[in-house]
Design a protein around this ligand. Sequence first.
Ligand code: AHM
Ligand code: MG
Length: 354
Amino acid sequence: MATDTGQFARHMTTIERHILDQQSAFPDASGSLTSLLYDIALAGKLIASKTVQAGLVDILGRQGATNVQGEDVQKLDVYADQTIFRLMDHTGRLAVMASEEHEGLIPIPKQYPIGNYVLLFDPLDGSSNIDVNVSVGTIFSIFRRVTAKGPGTMEDCLQPGRKLVAAGYVIYGSSTMLVYTTGNGVHGFTLNRSVGEFFLSHPDMRMPSKPKYYSVNQGYERYWSPGVLRYTRYLQGGDDAKSVPGTPQPPGLSLRYIGSLVADFHRNLLAGGIFFYPADRKEADKPHGKLRLLYEAAPLAFIAEQAGGYASDGRGNILDLQPKELHQRVPLFIGDKGLVQAAEKFVAHYDGVK
Ligand code: AHM
Ligand code: MG
């Protein structure tokens, strides 16, 4: 019987094997980053096993309650946050952590060794969607520490996306997928629940050359700048491009918006398109958009760039932004490179350059 050994090998590549193969390109690597990525995959499996029970909340009980097994019930985002922390705090790979769920840094407990990497994470992005059975995700960023020794500091966390050594996300959808990059392409793995292992399903992911979708919360358009409004008309196929020099023909896209960043980004990565969450001009609490630079924008920008796409705050590359604080928010335009560059042109043309 003839077998396609190439295809067989691809389908049987576990995430552990893949991460180890990537490491072999760096003979001096200590293996610490490899192990860290594998720990994240394990966290993804644990969180996935809980997300599938989300609809049982009324049976199992809500946060603060005790379930039928007599266990304390946690909200899923709290569970995700604590799972990541508890898998990572004692391994000696990290100098410090930070999470979207915590106001300050998360230090490594004193009794454990300090490592060379910094982990920032959004444990359960889009968690307001859990109750309505919509996909959510975990996003992670890994930097090398910049301070020489001792516990990691704010300086270690406040690094521009350009310095990321790895980033990725786990999406808890109709299947669970882990997508990551270490700067050598973007690779996607699908969880085989029956054996509890991630297998390489999407090697070398690239943004499709022809975008199909634009994704934005159009309900907020009354708060947008003229540039963002005109840009949206352009995406819909309007003729606003004529007034903005250097902008290609209007693409005429369909709208798709889930309201769960990982799911919106993932769909556009596979099907082609742009996601944007612009600044709200009139909402005092969102003058810089809603999404967080360190936990959401920068890691996805790294993935987008590695897949042939681009991410901007409307004025320049997200990866070049120097964070000033842990929870800094930023306008985000991410996806198809040509469409994101067109957004920058509209913003510069109608809203003026800062
Ligand atoms: P969260 O981190 O509190 O879950 O908020 C982030 C989420 C993103 O997943 C999503 O893109 C965005 O908020 C949706 O916001 P809105 O409901 O304003 O459209
Ligand atoms: Mg979030």
